[in-house]
Write a protein that binds this ligand. Structure first.
Ligand SMILES: Cc1ncc(COP(=O)(O)O)c(C=O)c1O
Length: 437
């Protein structure tokens, strides 16, 4: 009898999606939970986008593999306005930037250097390509950009071992740390990439969510334009993750054109084209009409206010918390509480710690290990955006509030977190009953 051979290279469910499912299961069981695990933007879709989507709902045809001329021109305009002049012919649209990143890894070939910590899917995707990823730590405060000297070292070692690294991924600003690397760090990374002939894949999906609007994001495409691919999407700043729409900007010149041809070949066999109605809505989004700019501004202010409030709670409990600078993430380190956590709660690893948060307190967060860090790192990624409300009405109120952390439902989440963190430190066997739905 033939034996079914499942994937030769199994990849487990992505930890971010898995935590979402674990939280949903706990809710179904009737356990109230505080969902701080999933990286969803937590704000409503702007009505002008839903109107655009509805207008295009009748578009059932596949369309060009690279995306419609309208969405590519709009995306080119989006990058032009950020100081990155873009040829629409070098824009490729796909069903989310996740698919594009995977397509790019396949098109580039070879091992990929990725930051440690970094977004869960880079390493998993590199493993799916068969080549694998090499984790390169990021210096303190430089989340998303591998340490340039250690990158150079890794490249030389990989080459000597016969497994050359062909590309490096950077995340600007960064998930999971919620920080933005410095211009100097980006410049030095570009110099290493040039010296070792690496492609740079710059994931700029959080670019418009830097909390301080005066701070600019330095794209490697400014310093190494001939070798940098930039990706972004509608998922984070416009909260349309479920629409599955992303775009990639390929470098100008022979390399970029060759990469485009390879990427389109892969895209044509994997997804054919991005969904046509979403492309239509994305064409509007990337032209950035005033009401959408205002919407993103408000969401940025909301993320800033709530990440700051949540960071304060973790810091008060004795965790080290890098100051959140972008998006809706923070990355507290419970290293200073290691002894207490081991003695009182039997916690030895990051996964033990996040399991304790989920099972004992109903708080869903992700361990640093999911982001490529060592198992014993007691860091965790906390996503604040699901605190904004359970309904669109609450989320809209949060977007409009001058002090969102004082809204009753957000304050209740913050209070619950304070209780949990106090109990964790209390060094007692006493179990609190979860109080937040
Ligand atoms: C850093 C980063 N890049 C890419 C993605 C993929 O987003 P999408 O596929 O929705 O464009 C995410 C989503 O969580 C992310 O955090």
């Amino acid at each position: 009898m033939p034996v079914l051979n499942p994937s030769a290279r199994p990849v487990p469910l992505s930890p971010t999606l898995a935590i979402n499912e674990a939280i949903a299961r706990k809710r179904r069981e009737g356990t109230p939970v505080l969902a701080l695990g999933f990286g969803e933007a937590g704000i409503p879709i702007h009505p002008s986008l839903t109107r655009a989507l509805a207008d295009a709902a009748g578009r059932g045809a596949y369309g060009p593999v690279a995306g419609s001329a309208a969405v590519r021109a709009a995306a080119a305009g989006y990058w032009d306005r950020r100081g990155l002049p873009t040829d629409p012919d070098l824009v490729v649209c796909g069903p989310g930037s996740k698919s594009l990143l995977y397509g790019l890894m396949m098109a580039i070939g070879g091992r990929i250097a990725i930051p440690s910590p970094s977004w869960v899917s880079y390493a998993a995707q590199a493993s799916l390509t068969g080549a694998g990823a090499v984790l390169v730590p990021t210096p303190p405060g430089e989340g998303g950009v591998p340490d340039p000297a250690r990158l150079a070292d890794a490249v030389v070692r990989a080459r000597t071992a016969g497994h050359p690294i062909r590309a490096v991924v950077v995340t600007l600003p960064d998930n999971p740390t919620g920080t933005l690397a410095s211009e100097d760090g980006v410049r030095r990374l570009c110099a290493v990439a040039r010296e070792h002939d690496l492609v740079i894949v710059s994931d700029e999906i959080y670019r418009d969510l830097v909390h301080d609007p005066a701070r600019t994001v330095t794209s490697p495409a400014l310093h190494a334009p001939e070798r940098t691919v930039v990706t972004t999407a509608l998922s984070k700043s416009l909260a349309a993750g479920g629409w599955r729409l992303g775009v990639a900007r390929l470098p100008d010149g022979p390399f970029g054109h060759d990469l485009r041809a390879r990427l389109l070949g892969i895209a044509s066999e994997l997804w054919s084209s991005a969904p046509a109605p979403m492309q239509h809505a994305a064409a509007l989004a990337f032209t950035e009409p005033a009401e959408l700019v205002e919407h993103v501004d408000r969401s940025r202010r909301l993320h800033a206010a709530v990440t700051r409030a949540v960071a304060g709670r973790f810091a008060a409990a004795g965790a080290d918390v890098p100051r959140p600078e972008a998006a809706f993430y923070l990355y507290p380190d419970f290293g200073p509480l290691r002894d207490l956590l081991r003695e009182e709660h039997g916690v030895r690893t990051g996964a033990d710690l996040t399991a304790l948060f989920l099972e004992r307190y109903g708080v869903g967060v992700l361990p640093a290990g999911a982001f490529g860090e060592p198992a014993d790192a007691l860091r965790m990624r906390v996503a604040t955006s699901l605190l904004y409300g359970a309904t669109d009405e609450q989320r809209l109120a949060a977007l409009a509030a001058p002090d969102p952390a004082s809204l009753p439902w957000i304050a209740a989440g913050l209070d619950r977190l304070t209780e949990v963190l106090a109990d964790l430190q209390a060094a007692s066997g006493h179990v609190l009953s979860p109080a937040v739905a």
